[in-house]
Design a protein. Structure first.
Length: 169
């Protein structure tokens, strides 16, 4: 991740860390905004277009992000990598989080094909945190909200509804 390489190689490597090859090679299945989508800014041609594959869409988004030097800084990238690489919570700390937040308010999801954070880490988190809901998603990578958008949105919506009810009890 820290070895200098071309932008093309960097984007390809990132895609393979985040997503399974089967999803990257599949036809672009993004839910596209339309003029009736709330708060959407439509492109000059009036519609968002499909890419041939999910990889092409990811690459376009990643290039757009990385070429925005004000939003995507080397410092920000390094700080995120440091936080991810050296972050640690003990069993006692995870139990405390679960107790204070309330396990019914906690949802953990992890894909079995996540090459950024291995699935075993997700399994340990579930075991130690004991969330109210957890999913180990067979064949999914690191970015479930893109890979399984409708399913993911349904799970999150249901979780929000359930936790709103908890606040009223």
């Amino acid at each position: 991740m820290f070895i200098p390489k071309s932008l093309d190689r960097s984007v390809t490597d990132a895609s393979r860390s985040l997503f399974p090859d089967s999803w990257l090679d599949s036809p672009d299945d993004c839910i596209l905004p339309t003029t009736s989508t709330r708060d959407v800014i439509m492109p000059p041609n009036g519609e968002y277009l499909r890419f041939s594959t999910n990889y092409e869409r990811f690459a376009a988004q990643e290039l757009s992000k990385r070429l925005d030097t004000k939003a995507f800084t080397k410092k920000g990238f390094m700080l995120q990598a440091i936080a991810a690489g050296w972050h640690f919570k003990s069993q006692a700390q995870l139990a405390e989080i679960g107790d204070k937040v309330g396990r019914g308010r906690i949802l953990v999801m992890h894909g079995t094909m996540d090459n950024l954070i291995t699935c075993q880490h997700g399994r340990v988190l579930i075991e130690e945190l004991k969330p109210g809901k957890s999913y180990i998603v067979e064949g999914a990578g690191h970015v479930l909200m893109l890979e399984r958008t409708e399913w993911y949105n349904g799970i999150v919506k249901a979780m929000v509804t359930e936790t709103e009810k908890m606040g009223k009890e």
